[in-house]
Design a protein around this ligand. Structure first.
Ligand code: ZN
Length: 217
């Protein structure tokens, strides 16, 4: 087992523990994966195990054809969706999928999270679209997710939940939290006249700032 695999597994366990103590995850629902750079492999949470019970060997290492390379448990049933995104989006290094309450509210109403909150626009690239409906665990779900994710870092899966995809796991968890907060704020704003969306030009300026100028460089 290479050091890279160990680091990927530890990252997933740490992220799982962080999420379980937050509003993002209830029980074992949702899943987390990371790309193992230069190896065409991913590490992903196993199916149906409590996040706070996971140890390193439980985390399956999987190749791009879906074969188990290492680990003593079977992967999340959403493996095909994760693989489809890693294959089609080389910029994506980590995926977090949750059934958090406010994102689920938007997903069951099949309403996008509007491009209204500045932090959402910066980190996701605009509004969070809703994919077409497909059954969980299917290859088709991955295809419609990739389609609706186009040039964004998050997508709502119709009648299901949120998928956040970022350059690394730390950023991706942040995306999931900001989507949940923005979905919550959108629903609160609906009571007082509704969220106002910003223009494409304003979105592009904020996105560029986040990608190219934000933080310590
Ligand atoms: Zn799910």
């Amino acid at each position: 087992m290479s050091l890279k695999h160990q680091i990927a597994r530890k990252e997933i366990i740490d992220a799982g523990n962080q999420m379980v103590n937050s509003s993002l995850v209830i029980g074992t629902w949702g899943n987390i994966s990371v790309r193992i750079v230069d190896e065409d492999l991913i590490a992903i949470t196993p199916s149906g195990v409590d996040y706070d019970k996971l140890i390193s060997e439980n985390i399956p290492i999987i190749d791009f054809e879906g074969n188990l390379i290492d680990g003593n448990m079977k992967p999340s049933i959403e493996l095909p969706m994760h693989l489809e995104i890693y294959k089609k989006r080389p910029d994506i290094g980590a995926i977090v999928h949750t059934h958090s309450t406010y994102c689920t509210a938007m997903a069951i109403a099949r309403k996008p999270i509007p491009a209204s909150c500045e932090d959402l626009i910066q980190i996701v690239g605009g509004n969070v679209r809703v994919s077409e409906y497909r059954l969980p665990g299917t290859d088709d779900l991955g295809k419609v997710a990739v389609e609706a994710l186009d040039e964004r870092n998050a997508v709502l899966l119709a009648n299901h939940g949120l998928l956040a995809a970022g350059k690394n796991l730390k950023e991706t968890i942040k995306i999931a939290f900001i989507c949940e907060k923005s979905a919550h704020a959108t629903l609160l704003a609906a009571n007082i006249g509704g969220a106002i969306e910003l223009s494409k030009e304003e979105c592009d300026i904020m996105r560029d700032f986040y990608l190219n100028k934000y933080g310590q460089r």
